[in-house]
Ligand binder design. Sequence first.
Ligand code: AMP
Ligand code: MG
Length: 493
Amino acid sequence: MTTHPPKFTFDNTYARELRGFYVPWEGAQVPSPQTVLVNDELARELKLDPAALATSEGAANLSGSHSPDGAAPLAQVYAGHQFGDFSPQLGDGRAILLGEIIDTHGKRRDLHLKGSGRTPFSRGGDGKAVIGPVLREYIVGEAMHALGIPTTRALAATTTGEDIFREGHKPGAVLARVASSHIRVGTFQFFAARGETDKVRQLADYTIARHDPDLADDPEKYLKLLSRVISRQAELIANWVLAGFVHGVMNTDNMTISGETIDYGPCAFLDSYDPDAVFSSIDEGGRYAYGKQPVLAQWNLARLAECLVPLINPDDADDAVRQATNALNTFPALYQDAWLKGMRAKLGLATELEQDIDLANALTEAMKGQDVDYTGFFRQLATEVGDDGASTRALFKDGGTFDHWFEHWKSRLQLETATTQEITNRMNAVNPIYIPRNHKVEEALAEAENGNYERAQSLVQVLKDPFTEREGLETYAKPAPKDFGPYRTFCGT
Ligand code: AMP
Ligand code: MG
């Protein structure tokens, strides 16, 4: 058992280069920080000894109680459209950026603590987080990573020894998370809303240096930055939709410039396929419903475009708007291409035919209102490559709808040169069998609230390899039992 404290090597460009974009800030003292989950693999990627993170000094570092040497802790400022309404003053209200670490691949990563106490941006909040939402972000984020979806990642979950009031008392906790940066659409909006164009430019230059360094000397760098963010987000949202993921709170302050999924609050994975699925208790209008995510992403990107307009052409606003609009208009096609590419893979197609879009759309159309488990469907379908479809048909309320689509798929498969087994294998390589099923996540969180982290740990372990079926894990592959009822999530506070 290691007793050495962790040794972090920071290089803090945000603190050094972006004065005026944050407030230097320390985390709050907490009574008894204890690291309950550590991401060993990610720790090593950050050149950290996982065992050292679990020491008392490690827990103090990861709870915000004691900043490690070399850290430059700060609270970032940002704004954001929340459910369509602009909030000019948000920011890290319960989080701090400890600093940046260059990982073993030479990539710069932010180390950020969520739940580390009040900051100047806390407004009415207590600055804290509780174990349930911290572990939900840990579990779901790691599942997304294993599914190959860009995301911030959890490095550790640390309990604080405090009781926090949230519909009763809950154990306080802090999530240590890692991101390629925490620059959000809302970070640009904060300065743009105040008419501080120089700051917007400074932020854009910093962002380009950090995420798109090849654009640094490009005369159209700001327009191209916008286009890059548009393509990254188109790809990301397509990945969400392909995986059946509903983010739940796609406010512009929760949309990254890097294209990573961020801020897992009231998120959930679909059981039954339903474009109108909403899990968040606060999304009463269904603004961020499963099927609306692409449209809302484009809306958010338009807010980013507005911020960049004065940089795109400082002399001619009409021209800048035209260029930004053209860039935004590429989103639907980029999204559809990414989605179709993913759907082809899910359906076992290695060749690309133009009419595949009809096959893909016909499938989602056929699934509507059928109570079909979205994730289970594709795994079942993979068993039918050389078969008659009966076992997949049984998943539908009305088998007739499926039969029609199945024939279409079967005739399309004729055009593939692979063997039945090869097609099955490649379908199983992209269609997960294990996702963070809502009832499984809830079970793990409920136990963690009572101080038992075993279920959370095993769930993380199972989800690390979502594609390989393993004996003994049958319950992880099943949709929620009927008595679980409709699923509701609450904002990640
Ligand atoms: P979120 O919904 O988690 O993306 O947060 C939206 C805004 O509310 C951000 O500025 C957060 O920092 C802030 N916030 C959320 N929860 C709290 C809290 N418990 N205390 C202070 N600020 C919070
Ligand atoms: Mg947020």
